[in-house]
Design a protein around this ligand. Structure first.
Ligand code: PGA
Length: 254
């Protein structure tokens, strides 16, 4: 199965628009349910509304979680609250959150809280920029080392890793990664998992790609980039483009 995970970020503005987008995304999820696992991650205020308007095969995720369940954390939401409001997945470590000060240690605690509540973390990792010497690999290695410190083999199987090179994300992106750049990183991540958890687990953890993924480039990431799915930002807000993306990655290989 290929993961198609929509990260709505801080959009849309209105409840009615959120419901409309859910309904349209549900049609896509249903149409491609044999090949895709489709998940949408709306902003927290829409979580309950979206969950009420969704049914399997369209699944729901959140965009962030507090690192502890302590109540005195103004502005944050706990893993229990997310679960209570219909989330099964949750994005953690997104570069837009890291840019606001989230450290590898905080992200590690968020992963732990989600696993405790049996929510599936979508752990984002990725380098800020690339250099010819390959130092960016150690940036990603640090993110992996910290996030998976004392995460057991049993837990790791319940997690998705999203490779999101920061330079490829959002409207200001330089460009999307190339499938070759993506493949290099999926191999690097698999090697990390293999060294830490062994081959069977290394093969079982889904590694997906995010960063300017669209209906034109997605298929090449599946065929040549070693990815098992996508974390999609802008395109997830446009049902027509999302449908085209879903179609492109669901086609049989020639
Ligand atoms: P984008 O966002 O698809 O708009 O580049 C991806 C992401 O931030 O997850």
């Amino acid at each position: 199965m290929i993961y198609l995970i929509g990260n709505w970020k801080m959009a849309p503005e209105k409840n009615t628009q959120a419901v409309d987008l859910v309904k349209k995304t549900a049609v896509i999820a249903k149409q491609y349910k044999k090949t895709l696992v489709t998940v949408i991650c709306p902003p927290t205020p829409f979580l309950s509304l979206v969950s009420k308007n969704t049914k399997v095969p369209l699944l729901v995720g959140a965009q962030g979680v507090a690192a502890s369940e302590a109540a005195a954390q103004t502005g944050l939401v706990s893993a229990s609250m997310l679960k209570e409001n219909g989330a099964q997945y949750c994005i953690v470590g997104h570069s837009e959150m890291r840019a606001r000060g989230e450290s590898n240690d905080m992200i590690k605690q968020q992963v732990d809280r989600l696993l405790e509540k049996k929510l599936i973390p979508i752990l984002c990792i990725g380098e800020k920029s690339r250099d010819a010497q390959g130092w960016y690999l150690s940036e990603v290695k640090d993110q992996l080392d910290t996030a998976f410190a004392d995460v057991s083999a049993l837990q790791i199987k319940k997690l998705i890793i999203a490779y999101e090179p920061v330079w490829a994300i959002g409207a200001g992106a330089e460009r999307a990664a190339t499938p070759i750049e993506c493949r290099e990183m999926t191999v690097f991540i698999r090697k990390f998992l293999n060294d830490k958890y062994g081959e069977k687990i290394a093969k079982a953890v889904p590694i997906i790609y995010g960063g300017s993924a669209d209906e034109f480039n997605a298929r090449s990431f599946v065929e040549e980039g070693g990815t098992q799915g996508f974390l999609v930002g802008r395109v997830s807000l446009d049902a027509k483009r999302l449908a085209a993306l879903a179609k492109s990655i669901s086609q049989e290989k020639k």
